[in-house]
Design a protein around this ligand. Sequence first.
Ligand SMILES: Nc1ncnc2c1ncn2[C@@H]1O[C@H](COP(=O)(O)OP(=O)(O)OP(=O)(O)O)[C@@H](O)[C@H]1O
Ligand SMILES: [Mg+2]
Length: 238
Amino acid sequence: MTNPILSLNNLRAGYGQTEILHDLSMHVNPNEIVAVIGPNGAGKSTAIKSVLGLLNISEGEVQLHGKNITNTPAAKVVELGISYVPQTNNVFVNLSVEENLEMGAWTRPVGIPERLDEMYALFPDLAEKRNQTAGSLSGGQRQMLAMAKALMVDARILLLDEPTAGLSPKYRGEIFGTIQKIKKTGVPILIVEQNAKQALAVSDRGYVLVDGANRHTGKGSDLLADREIASMFLGGGH
Ligand SMILES: Nc1ncnc2c1ncn2[C@@H]1O[C@H](COP(=O)(O)OP(=O)(O)OP(=O)(O)O)[C@@H](O)[C@H]1O
Ligand SMILES: [Mg+2]
């Protein structure tokens, strides 16, 4: 059996006294893209935030490479190599593209110029705009910048919360394409998505979350082909 990079084991967690995740389990293996889909309010963002120590886990464990990191503070989690891109406010709008990337490298002791070159190769649009402010970028380019910023460290896993929300189909396609390129660089990805069809199409496995627990799990292609899931979650826009 492969050892997962990241696993959430039987988590009960929430905000204050309110429990949102009820016995939630999921994991990400090396070289996998794993999608988390489900209706609004299902607890998808909360699941990601539980890894970042941003809420109170009352039962269960979060493990990175088998090591218990439950309730570890966010800054420390990032130092351990878990890179997180929140859905909104994920770039510094008044800073240039390059300054944003440099900010992303705060836990990287050396090799920043080389890493910048690698990111510009992975995200060619950003190379052209390196001296422009992040605020002047299009929505899609901002999401690219947010991902590149998160990858400035040596990420062991990348967590993405709805990277294609509000984007045009063209940019959505580009983001999903870029996610596949990131996987090829050896970084596994856990992605929360509203655009379930496209997300499952690029994912190795997926989890369908409902009411803070796993409802279905399986290979991306099997979930896409499942009639019940299709009628519940895949009917809308694509
Ligand atoms: N900071 C918070 N404090 C209290 N309750 C919260 C907080 N953030 C989210 N919740 C509640 O937790 C539940 C799950 O929210 P969450 O944001 O994880 O859902 P989601 O699946 O990401 O939904 P969406 O698709 O709308 O992003 C919701 O009932 C929400 O109201
Ligand atoms: Mg959310």
